[in-house]
Design a protein around this ligand. Sequence first.
Ligand code: GAR
Length: 221
Amino acid sequence: MSTPNIDIVVLISGNGTNLQAIIDAITAGKLHANIKAVISNRPGVKGLTRAQAVKIPALTLDHKQFTSREAFDQQLIQEIDRHKPDLVILAGFMRILTDEFVKHYAGRLLNIHPSLLPEFTGLNTHQRALDAGVKQHGVSVHYVNNELDGGPLVLQAVIDVEETDTAESLQQRIHQQEHIIYPMVIEWVAQGRLKVINQQPVLDKQLLETPAKWINNQLVN
Ligand code: GAR
């Protein structure tokens, strides 16, 4: 049976390489999704151009034009909801979200964060991982709750940290992993394999008490 497409809205703040990976996966027929809109909180970023290049409606909602976080998130909700998305995808969307926003999209809001959460929430994750001397580093896809980079984990790509690694080399290698695992998780939702039941992610009818792992290009759960 063919998989019906789900409708998604992608939120960005910058370069949009994760957005590009999602667009490419759709084009390649590997991801059954329609990107109904891309919304950036920063004007003029490359991610907007990436959307426009493939005729996806691209909108800027500049947070600096709003008097409060609440007012911005309210407007954002309005812009998103006109597309009635099955999923809202945070793809490098560098904003702290209000509780109201998070509650509104409960079970439909995914984020990608460049660390093995709960380690290294926030910024500069690659340098902080190096400074901490960790042997492994990675990237996490998770449903979002109202903590910074918090919420139930779905999938983590794990890489070994090499002695020669710098923050830049780690960032580059992690980015490659991001571009594989984010479209993969969205496709799990499209295929009905990933659901949220009682606020917990369930993959292939199994409660994900710990996240699935993507290691050396293989899924390990
Ligand atoms: C990605 O590395 C993503 O994991 C990170 O922002 C980058 C966006 O890159 N997100 C966070 O740090 C969220 N806390 P992109 O614009 O090229 O997709």
